[in-house]
Design a protein around this ligand. Structure first.
Ligand SMILES: [Zn+2]
Length: 303
């Protein structure tokens, strides 16, 4: 294809099907341990897929999962992938106060570092739950020793999203690099172009076109994300959920692995730290104002 050979970032949010935020009203947190765990086998399938393609990725891993599957953490780093944090207990950052967030992120980081023997630099908030109302959370991440975050989704969505946030990587005044997941700017709106449920909803050629356009026209690396349960057609069905949640969670799961294979072939992929953190250190862009005001390099002013 004609896209320039930009290396995009491939990311996996390592959590199990019963931990997704949309199921929170139906599955009590203190019953998680009673559920059949599928995450280890699913991550192994992802590791095999990436290994076959010679692709490295970033695994934003939940502390809860790492604690139960320490060997899985070892296999992730042994495969040459970046281990990053998805927090400990999959609480939305926006549901926690500063002390609670500190406890969650510092516990997860310590655990992941102890298990892997590697420094953990990256953090992604569950459900992209950092936005205008809790910008203080970025200070908590820095205090816990994180160097980058991928916690903002610059779209309008009923569960998350900060539509006016900058679309691309930007350094905050506290030194943290925020790397939003990718959107496409069309008709003054940001369209989600970076995985999750939208990747299962849209025909694959549409997703491929969106990522290609970000590479070609924005000349930026895309950030794509998915979850281990999204390739698991045999996961236990959660009963009694509303129609919208059911549609979003189970849609096109049997097609997902084939689409991922196509995606790995159509673009070049790498780890978040290689694509963004190391590059940012070399070019050292000036920090932009704290907050989510658009920078000259991205956001509302563009397109
Ligand atoms: Zn999550």
């Amino acid at each position: 294809m004609l896209a320039p050979m930009i290396t995009n970032a491939l990311t996996i949010d390592v959590e199990d099907y019963f931990q997704v935020s949309a199921f929170a009203p139906y599955i009590r947190r203190d019953e998680w341990h009673l559920r059949e765990c599928r995450v280890e086998a699913n991550v192994d399938r992802i590791l095999a897929l990436l290994g076959t393609n010679g692709t490295q990725a970033t695994f934003f891993t939940l502390g809860w999962v790492a604690e139960r599957y320490p060997q899985l953490v070892r296999r992730i780093v042994d495969g040459g992938h970046e281990l990053a944090s998805h927090g400990y207990g999959h609480h939305r950052a926006s549901d926690l106060n500063a002390a609670e967030l500190w406890q969650d992120v510092s516990r997860a980081k310590q655990l992941l570092e102890d298990l892997s023997g590697r420094a953990v630099h990256g953090y992604r908030a569950p459900s992209f739950s950092i936005g205008l109302r809790n910008l203080w959370a970025f200070d908590t991440l820095v205090r816990a020793g994180h160097r980058y975050s991928s916690s903002i989704y610059p779209i309008q969505h009923d569960h998350y999203g900060t539509p006016d946030a900058p679309r691309f990587a930007h350094r905050l005044t506290n030194g943290l690099l925020e790397v939003p997941v990718t959107t496409l700017r069309v008709m003054n709106r940001n369209l989600p172009s970076s995985g999750g449920g939208y990747f299962r909803l849209l025909p694959y050629p549409v997703s491929r076109w969106m990522i290609g356009r970000v590479n070609r026209e924005d000349r930026e690396a895309a950030v794509f994300y998915f979850h281990p349960w999204e390739i698991d057609a045999k996961q236990p069905r959660v009963a009694g959920i509303d129609a919208k949640t059911r549609f979003r969670h189970y849609l096109n799961i049997p097609r997902m692995e084939g689409r991922l294979q196509a995606l790995l072939g159509d673009f070049r992929w790498g780890r978040m730290d290689d694509v963004f953190l190391h590059r940012a250190e070399v070019t050292a862009p000036p920090p932009i104002a704290r907050g989510l005001s658009p920078s000259p390099a991205g956001g509302r002013g563009q397109g």
